[in-house]
Design a protein around this ligand. Structure first.
Ligand code: IPM
Ligand code: MN
Length: 353
C-alpha cells in the first residue's frame, strides 16, 4: 500500500520525537511491503521564523494532499512570555485544526502493565483503565469571539456552540461507545453555562438513536475529581474543547507519563496524529524526550487512517516490550535505572520491528 504522510515536526522536542516515529513507521513499512512517501512541512514557531506565519498555506496544501498527518508539537517560550505577541505558534495548531475540519480529538487513556507503579495513583485504582476522551476540537472558547475593551482593561473570550457542532461530535462518541463498553458520559457545566445546557439537551435528544448506550451526564468539576479516583468507571467521555484539554492532561497521570499518550484528530479532511504533550522546550535538543506518545500516535495512524491493524498492533507490542525491558527515557527510567536517549529508544524500536 502507498502511504502518503505529511510530516509536521513543529517546535521544541517535536522534531526529535517525530524522528523516532519515522524510524518506526519506515521499519513497519519495510516489513509489510508498504511504500511510504513523507512530505515535510513547516508549522509553529519555526514557520513563523521562516515565513512569518505558523500554519502557512503551503503547509495546508501538503496536509490536504496527504492521507494522514503526523505531527510533533508546537510552541515556544519566547511567545509565552510575551503576552503582546500578535502571531503565536499555537495559532498555527488552531488554524490547522479548523482548516482541516478536525472537530474530534480522540484521546485514549490506558495503563501499561509494566508501568502501573510509575503512576502516583494507587495500583488498584488504575489497573485496567481503558477510557477515551473525545474532545471537541474546533469550537468553544478556543474559537469564540474575544477581545479587549475599556482601553484594554477588560478582556473577554466567549464559548459558543451550535447544535450541529455538538451533534457531529456526540455522534462519533455514541458510535465509539457502541464498539466498546457502550457507556457514554457527557461532561459539561450545565448548572452554570448556557452552552453546556445546549450540549446536554442535544445529547439527550440523540439517546433514542442509540438505545443500547448507557448515557450519563456529569459536571466537569466533579469529573476532575472522579477521573483520578475511579477511572475504571468511564468508557467514552464526550466534552467541549477547553474541558477536554484540561481533563486529558489530568488523565495522562493515570498512565504514568504524559510522554506516553497518543491522539488522533479526525473530521472532514485529512486526519492528524499527534502526542498530547506539548513542545517541552526545556528538553528540546537534548535527546531526552520520551518519543513513545508520537510512536503510539503513528500506531493509531496505521489503524485508523490506513486500516492496517496488524501493523498498529506490532508497534504497540514493540512499545510494550521496550517498557518491560526498560529501554526507556529518563521520565520513565527512575533514578536507579539507565535512562536511554530519545534516539536510542527509536533505534531500538525500529530494530525490534
Ligand atoms: C493540546 C495543546 C493545545 C491545545 C495548545 C498547544 C494550543 O495543549 O493539544 O492539548 O490547547 O489544544
Ligand atoms: Mn492541552
Amino acid at each position: 500500500m502507498k502511504l502518503n504522510i505529511a510530516l509536521l515536526a513543529g517546535d521544541g522536542i517535536g522534531p526529535e520525537v517525530v524522528d523516532q516515529a519515522v524510524k518506526v513507521v519506515n521499519a513497519v513499512a519495510a516489513k509489510f511491503n508498504h511504500e511510504v512517501n513523507w512530505t515535510s512541512a513547516l508549522t509553529g514557531a519555526v514557520a513563523i521564523d521562516a515565513v512569518g506565519e505558523p500554519y502557512p498555506d503551503e503547509t495546508h496544501e501538503v496536509c490536504m494532499a496527504a492521507d494522514a498527518v503526523l505531527f510533533g508539537a508546537i510552541g515556544h517560550p519566547r511567545f509565552d512570555n510575551d503576552p503582546k505577541a500578535t502571531v503565536r505558534p499555537e495559532q498555527g495548531l488552531l488554524k490547522m485544526r479548523k482548516k482541516l475540519g478536525l472537530y474530534a480529538n480522540v484521546r485514549p487513556t490506558f495503563t501499561f502493565p509494566s508501568l502501573i507503579d510509575n503512576s502516583p495513583l494507587k495500583r488498584e485504582r488504575i489497573e485496567g483503565t481503558d477510557l477515551i476522551i473525545l474532545r471537541e476540537l474546533t469550537g468553544g472558547i478556543y474559537f469564540g469571539e474575544r477581545g479587549r475593551k475599556d482601553d484594554g482593561n477588560t478582556a473577554f473570550d466567549t464559548c459558543t456552540y451550535t447544535r450541529e457542532e455538538i451533534q457531529r461530535l456526540a455522534k462519533l462518541g455514541f458510535e465509539l461507545a457502541m464498539t466498546r463498553g457502550k457507556k457514554l458520559c457527557c461532561v459539561d457545566k450545565a448548572n452554570v453555562l448556557e452552552s453546556s445546557r445546549l450540549w446536554r439537551e442535544t445529547v439527550q435528544d440523540m439517546e433514542k438513536d442509540f438505545p443500547e448506550v448507557e448515557v450519563t451526564y456529569e459536571f466537569v468539576d466533579a469529573v476532575a475529581m472522579r477521573l483520578v479516583q475511579w477511572p475504571k468507571s468511564y468508557d467514552v467521555i464526550i466534552t467541549e474543547n477547553l474541558f477536554g484539554d484540561i481533563l486529558t492532561d489530568e488523565a495522562s497521570v493515570i498512565s504514568g507519563s504524559m510522554g506516553l499518550m497518543p491522539s488522533a484528530s479526525v473530521g472532514i479532511h485529512t486526519s492528524l496524529y499527534e502526542p498530547i504533550h506539548g513542545s517541552y522546550p526545556q528538553a528540546a535538543g537534548k535527546d531526552i524526550a520520551n518519543p513513545l506518545a508520537t510512536v503510539l500516535s503513528a500506531a493509531m495512524m496505521f489503524e485508523d487512517a490506513f486500516g492496517l491493524k496488524e501493523e498498529a498492533e506490532l508497534i504497540r507490542s514493540v512499545v510494550n516490550k521496550s517498557l518491560t525491558e526498560g529501554i526507556v527515557t529518563e521520565d520513565l527510567a527512575g533514578k536507579d535505572n539507565k535512562a536511554y536517549k530519545t534516539s536510542e529508544v527509536g533505534d531500538w524500536l525500529a530494530k525490534n520491528i
